[in-house]
Design a protein around this ligand. Structure first.
Ligand code: HEM
Length: 662
């Protein structure tokens, strides 16, 4: 069997793409200032930088522990012993004019400097002037933290900067220049240091919690110890890089570099520069062999590909055309030689068998199931509005439906691998684990896999066509009613087991739903929480689109509704007045499915009256569905917010503008 995940590519430059994301936050400094437009812009930039690049508590402590050494250098406590021994740095303290103090430490290979400002006044406009002064000095501000003392009279600003002209840490003369400019502002104490530098060998010594866990990325060194437990990709994977460069790992998981979220988090963990970074490896991109994709998809990432079914095309047909079916990948699409491909079935209570594609096609009855697949993070962006979660900020399009053709998993397990219900009981089996050849693994409960009403397929067709590589060719699991991630693509092995699948997508924080109060989770806490299988009832408005102009006496609303576990949809309610009054929608395609085997979504439409008060105004149209278990959707995302942004099924809202001009 030949399976390939493509080749490795030289990554792009980190900092050229690591633009700070501007957000807003209640940073007190500067908020009550009366400023000119220019000053306001300066404040906004500084506050946004500070807000978005805020350091972790640990990191703040570390940086605030910057202390002056006997030789005049400025070092963090955690660096002191190592840096003094090994860092090739020259340290000196510059003259300290009244009210302004400057120290510097330059290293031969340092690429950035830390400028610390102790600002002793909250004079209106001072922050804007500082920002303006730094911009005027052509400083590239890569990280900023503003910490205000109680009462707001004093603040410490810590900026990580490099000289835009040289792309490096500030030279002695540049520091002096910056100091003089800042001195003129008054009420500011300024000190500057270069990052300490470390060698790869020194980074390699840091692989345990006790000794702190370090990694390098391009020219930077990072202490990731406190981040590991909350890594969305799980402990196991991130620890593979302990003491090493993460660059080769991120060439496979390019989503880290794609949206910048991971880069922003990483930058907060920076503790120094790497003096001997490995040359960027040459070679092709592991994603070079990915299929061409339909331009109509709404792309979040391309490497790996994560793209939504656009709402404008969602209801064109009840089954989604293959090219625009949403895509959720974790890796490159594997290139698989179908002639050599074997599907292995094994595990307790089962015979070891190895099947070709022809075996699947020719020795089993072909079955067809129409099933909707929905990503566990669908509509995560609604939760992000409450508070940022981690993961792809999916809109409502991480969901699609297809007619899948293949063989029943239960028939392969029972008739071919000889698994019996007695064998399941006898061996205490609880899970069927599927291994994708791309490295994914996930499991479903064995009861679901073996139920004659579970309709779990090993699919080799999608909407009457051979399964496309993008969607798992030559064979993928279709577990109707179960969260998308368990519908493993490119399945190469199936195993019956007492234990659920290992790895981040089953046991890690990635698919565990916590209380809204939980801001981080340890491995032990994750282990106590059930991994997502069946998803809760949900619905969304597909038309009118957000921001559409509507007119007349009523609004035609159309949408989709779906529930996990095969529950059908009994009702969809639509409201245009915040849920004071409701219109019951007409259920359309999908409503005729078996009430407890409704694997596919249900289309619906409603006509909602526009009252006198609504005319000419912005109207929020909202919907909620109720399934055959009489579960319904919660009103607000705040109440279901969770760390990883999963299972967002609050009432779906769309704002439209009513045009009353006629
Ligand atoms: C060392 C610093 C690292 C940081 C700051 C970091 C950060 C993140 C973030 C923010 C995500 C969520 C991505 C998203 O928005 O979709 C993520 C996911 C992930 N990370 Fe990392 N990561 C690090 C290292 C690693 C390493 C070394 C590996 C692999 C060996 C890795 C493997 C993964 C995987 C597999 C996912 C899940 C991707 C998916 O579900 O598609 N990460 N990481």
């Amino acid at each position: 069997m030949r399976i390939r995940l493509g080749r490795l590519l030289r990554p792009d430059s980190l900092f050229s793409s690591a633009k700070p994301v501007v957000g807003c936050s209640a940073v007190p400094l500067g908020t009550q200032q009366t400023a000119t437009d220019k000053q306001t812009a300066g404040i906004a930039t500084a506050v946004a930088l500070a807000a978005t690049l805020f350091l972790t508590a640990k990191q703040q402590q570390q940086r605030q522990k910057l202390t002056r050494c006997e030789d005049g250098s400025v070092l963090g406590d955690h660096h002191r012993s190592r840096s003094l021994v090994s860092s090739p740095v020259r340290c000196e303290t510059a003259a300290v004019p009244q009210g302004l103090e400057l120290a510097q430490r330059t290293a031969s290979v340092s690429e950035s400097s830390i400028i610390t400002l102790d600002v002793k006044s909250d004079r209106p406009g001072l922050l804007a002037q500082i920002t303006e002064a730094m911009n005027g000095q052509h400083l590239d501000i890569r990280d900023a933290q503003i910490k205000t003392a109680e009462g707001g009279m004093q603040a410490r600003h810590i900026y990580t900067v490099k000289d835009k002209k040289t792309g490096c840490a500030l030279t002695d003369s540049k520091i002096e220049e910056v100091r003089q400019v800042l001195e003129k502002l008054g009420e500011v104490e300024c000190s500057a240091v270069a990052w300490p530098t470390y060698t790869q060998a020194q980074v390699a010594e840091h692989t345990t919690k006790a000794n702190r866990i370090w990694v390098s990325y391009k020219n930077g060194v990072y202490d990731i110890t406190d981040f590991i437990a909350n890594h969305p990709g799980g402990n196991e994977k991130i620890l593979l890089a302990a003491g090493k460069p993460i660059d080769p790992f991120w060439r496979i998981y390019q989503q880290h570099e794609g949206r910048g979220n991971a880069l922003t988090q990483l930058e907060k963990l920076r503790i120094g520069d790497l003096s001997d970074p490995a040359p960027a490896p040459k070679g092709d991109d592991p994603y070079d062999t990915d299929p061409l994709r339909h331009p109509g998809l709404k792309f979040h990432n391309n490497k790996p590909c994560n793209a939504e079914l656009p709402e404008a095309l969602m209801m064109d047909s009840w089954v989604t055309p293959n090219p625009i079916f949403f895509i959720r990948h974790h890796h490159p699409v594997p290139v698989i030689d179908h002639d050599e491909f074997r599907l292995v079935v094994e595990g307790e209570g089962a015979k070891h068998v190895s099947l070709t594609i022809d075996d699947l096609r020719n020795h089993f009855l072909k079955r067809e199931v129409v099933s909707t697949i929905q990503c566990g993070g669908n509509r995560r962006s609604d939760l992000d509005k409450v508070k940022k979660t981690s993961g792809i900020p999916w809109g409502p399009g991480a969901i699609s439906t297809a007619r899948w053709g293949g063989v029943y998993l239960r028939e392969v397990l029972m008739h071919c691998a000889g698994l019996s219900l007695e064998g399941v009981e006898w061996n205490g089996l609880r899970h069927v684990v599927c291994y994708g050849v791309d490295g994914m693994q996930a499991s479903i409960p064995i009861e679901k896999a073996l139920s004659p009403f579970g309709d779990v397929l090993l699919a080799y067709e999608m909407n009457g066509e051979p399964l496309p590589p993008e969607h798992g060719s030559p064979v993928r699991l279709i577990a109707p009613g179960i969260v998308g991630v368990r519908n493993v693509k490119w399945v190469g092995k199936i195993r019956t087991s007492k234990y659920e699948a290992e790895g981040v997508w089953q046991r890690g924080v990635a698919y565990k739903g916590f209380s809204p109060m939980k801001r981080s989770a340890t491995e032990e806490e994750c282990a106590k929480v059930q991994s997502i299988q069946e998803m809760p009832v949900t619905s969304s408005i597909v038309s009118p689109a957000k921001g559409a102009i509507v007119d007349g006496d009523d609004i035609e609303v159309k949408g989709i509704a779906w529930s996990g576990g095969g529950c059908g949809i009994v009702r969809v309610d639509v409201s245009a007045d915040g849920g004071v009054t409701w219109v019951t929608a007409e259920l359309a395609e999908g409503s005729e499915q078996h009430p407890s085997r409704s694997w596919a979504w249900t289309f619906w439409e409603a006509c909602v009256p526009v009252t006198e008060e609504m005319r000419g105004k912005e109207i929020t149209v909202l919907c909620r569905a109720t399934d055959t278990s009489y579960n319904t959707q919660p009103e607000r995302p705040e109440h279901i917010w969770n760390l990883r942004g999963l299972n967002c099924n609050s009432w779906h809202r769309v704002e439209v503008q009513h045009d009353d001009s006629d």
